[in-house]
Design a protein around this ligand. Sequence first.
Ligand SMILES: NC(=O)c1ccc[n+]([C@@H]2O[C@H](COP(=O)([O-])OP(=O)(O)OC[C@H]3O[C@@H](n4cnc5c(N)ncnc54)[C@H](OP(=O)(O)O)[C@@H]3O)[C@@H](O)[C@H]2O)c1
Length: 253
Amino acid sequence: MDNALGEPQTILLLGGTSDIGLAIVRELLSPSARTVVLACRDRAKGEQAAAGLRHDNLVVDVMQFDGAATDTHEAFVRDVADRHGDIDLAIVAFAQLGDGEATSKDIEGAAALAHVNFTGAVTATIAVANRLRAQGHGAIVLLSSVAGERVRKANAVYGATKAGLDGFAQGLGDELAGEGVHVLVVRPGFVHSAMTAGMKAAPFATTPEKVAEVTAKGLRSGRRTVWAPGILRFVFMALRHTPGPVWRRLPLG
Ligand SMILES: NC(=O)c1ccc[n+]([C@@H]2O[C@H](COP(=O)([O-])OP(=O)(O)OC[C@H]3O[C@@H](n4cnc5c(N)ncnc54)[C@H](OP(=O)(O)O)[C@@H]3O)[C@@H](O)[C@H]2O)c1
């Protein structure tokens, strides 16, 4: 249960080694936080991340989790709750970027990417949402992306998975609004993280820490959607309505 100041005491990070996810966890860790669960497909990497968070009064549990193994998600969330009780905040951060335009030509690669980023994210979120619904409280942070706001030719499959996930999260948020469960959709632009390592930064590039600040502020003020940085909301308002022939010529990678 959140403490009297609305600070989460038990946090579940799905994609437990995500740079953005970990920055959000660090931003939200208050002295009263009791437990962080890092749900990771690579436990060794998860243990490294856990070492950076652990302190005397905080339990950091690294649990095996595969976003692609959709038939395990319900049991996984049950296991988290059996071990640690109520989940106050779940952050859905796992995703893969794929190989840009190559993925749009690769049937198997596209299917794998869509399966993890969309299907797996949807099933994991439903598993968490069902648990929070039963508790009658809690929040879910979903990492969407500006890439889904207007899908670019340079990463059509990734962008489409984010567009789909964003739409799902909005609908789920509306559904859960009367049940004490809050859903926050986070739409970052280019973020310097493991996912974008070696890539040329896009305009308005930001850091995991800045995304985390915006997310924490959004949670505290009950927002349903936040952009990181905030100016991208207005940039994409214009880009969304840019005529196709102009859009296709924009140097957006
Ligand atoms: N970086 C950006 O520019 C940017 C911009 C907008 C939105 N986002 C979104 O923000 C979220 C976090 O990204 P990030 O920048 O923090 O990237 P990141 O550090 O690469 O984190 C991605 C995470 O997803 C995990 N993952 C991938 N496939 C998985 C699977 N099948 N099962 C479980 N975990 C899996 C990775 O695990 P491993 O450690 O095992 O690889 C890693 O923990 C993603 O949803 C991303 O789409 C990122």
